[in-house]
Write a protein that binds this ligand. Structure first.
Ligand SMILES: *Cc1c(COP(=O)(O)O)cnc(C)c1O
Length: 461
């Protein structure tokens, strides 16, 4: 009993701990209340330990450090910046497109000051919040009007609900796609209250299949861009232009879910061509939807462009109110679209295009520049610069690979477990570095590495 009393008397008072010089930065970081709560919890734990074990817990030689450890472990993680060296440029799990500085500034401004979101300074009463952007989207795509919602999944849902509720929508069996995260065309149809009328087969669908499917209940013919896979071999599909002709002849609107969609011809940047909304509009498609944060390189958003009367139905539908974009999204999208009005500087100012169009030789040179410093810091690994293939990601250009270069780390002792351990160590850095394990090596694809100085500072610490 006496030993226990002696032990109890060794426990420092919480008041005294709170005056400790080293606790001041901890209070600044975690707040007074939580620091006090944690110290009290430690007191309780220490007392319980004395009662049951007749001794002090090991951490008792440094209460302040233990308190910091507990507070750090319990702190919410939140969104953390990382180095995306995975080789996937538009990485959905890492937030897809990085925004242009112009967009960042526009969002900051919209957050700090009131903005004319649904307010006409000339009192003309033009109404809804998409008005200003719609004008620019019309200029860029040749469409009559536009509607903006939270993401492209919302855009597809709204298009279907507002124009085909209770009716049939004709889609090829080759285009009943699932996009990541439980977005499946047949399920979206159900949610929008439409009946899916499948035509053709998985590999071949013909014009006559669509023609034969049209009846008095048909509301739409729909094309879905097969963003994340390709069917090769004995295949046939009806393209949007041909489908638009069929639709016009039989008086049924044609809509298209383009997924990514690029507002510029990517082949001029040495990239594989992606379908462009303006081409579909020119071909007579009535509504085209695409994402704001895929190849467009803007904020998460769903953009619908097309015929004035149909867009008006979308704008008036109750779901639009639920799916509408907020002022920050609209500000970022506005600034991003403005960059497209200056195509000569686009590849420099728009990070997505800048990263996608980086030259393989330049990335290789970057690797050579980093190699020595990095290699000397990782003596247990053979570090090399190797050619690799990156991918655009987010279901854009699914089978195309972009040639680039990576720093690769091969364990000298040949043990694969070293790779996992290294990846884990990098994930714990102040700015986590994310690579990819493949072929017995850990690859840091340098395509998306722009801030070399910060990278070296973090990696070599
Ligand atoms: C990505 C994609 C979607 C979903 O778009 P989000 O902006 O992620 O909601 C829908 N359809 C297609 C064809 C896509 O590629």
């Amino acid at each position: 009993m006496t030993t226990q009393n002696t032990l109890y008397s060794q426990l420092p008072a919480t008041d005294r701990l709170l005056r400790h010089a080293q606790i001041i930065p901890i209070i600044a970081q975690f707040g007074h209340t939580r620091t006090v709560d944690t110290l009290r919890l430690l007191q309780d734990e220490a007392r319980a330990h004395i009662r049951s074990q007749n001794g002090l817990p090991a951490w008792c030689d440094d209460w302040v450090r233990e308190a910091e450890k507990r507070l750090t472990a319990g702190a919410p993680q939140g969104l953390r910046p990382v180095f995306n060296l995975t080789g996937t440029v538009l990485h959905t799990n890492l937030g897809r497109a990085l925004l242009a500085e112009e967009a960042v500034e526009a969002v900051t401004q919209a957050m700090r000051a009131p903005v004319t979101l649904e307010y006409d300074l000339d009192g003309a009463g033009r109404g809804h919040r998409d008005r200003a952007l719609a004008a620019m989207l019309c200029q860029l795509t040749g469409a009559e009007d536009a509607c903006i919602v939270n993401n492209n999944a919302a855009a597809v849902l709204l298009m279907l609900a507002a124009t085909a509720n209770g009716k049939e929508v004709v889609v090829s069996r080759g285009e009943l796609v699932e996009i990541g995260g439980a977005f499946r065309i047949p399920d979206v149809m159900t949610q929008a209250g439409c009946r899916l009328h499948e035509v053709g087969t998985t590999n071949r669908t013909h014009a006559r299949d669509y023609q034969a499917a049209i009846n008095e209940n048909t509301a739409l013919l729909m094309k879905v861009h097969t963003s994340n896979y390709q069917i090769e071999g004995f295949t046939h599909a009806v393209d949007e232009a041909e489908l638009a002709q069929i639709g016009q002849a039989m008086n049924v609107p044609v809509i298209a879910d383009l997924g990514s969609g690029s507002l510029v011809d990517l082949s001029q940047y040495g990239l594989p061509k992606e379908p462009m909304p303006q081409a579909l509009i020119a071909a007579g498609v009535s509504l085209v939807s695409f994402s704001g944060d895929k190849l467009l390189g803007g904020p998460q958003a769903g953009i619908i462009v097309g015929k004035r009367d149909l867009i008006a139905r979308l704008q008036q539908h109750p779901l639009k109110r639920a799916l509408r974009a907020d002022k920050m999204t609209l500000a970022a999208l506005d600034a991003t679209l403005r960059l497209y009005l200056h195509p000569e500087t686009l590849a420099e100012k728009l990070p997505t295009l800048r990263l996608l169009s980086r030259d393989a030789a330049a990335i290789h040179t970057q690797g050579e520049r980093l190699l020595e410093q990095v290699a000397s810091h990782y003596p247990d690994f053979e570090v090399r610069v190797e050619a690799c293939l990156s991918q655009p990601g987010s279901g854009s250009l699914p089978v195309d690979r972009l040639p680039g270069a990576a720093l690769t780390f091969t364990p000298r002792d040949g043990r694969g477990s070293q790779l996992e351990a290294l990846a884990l160590r990098w994930r714990a850095l102040s700015v986590p570095v994310l690579g990819r394990i493949k072929d017995g090596r850990l690859w840091l694809d340098l395509r998306c590495l722009e801030d070399e100085a910060q990278f070296l500072e973090v990696l070599l610490k």
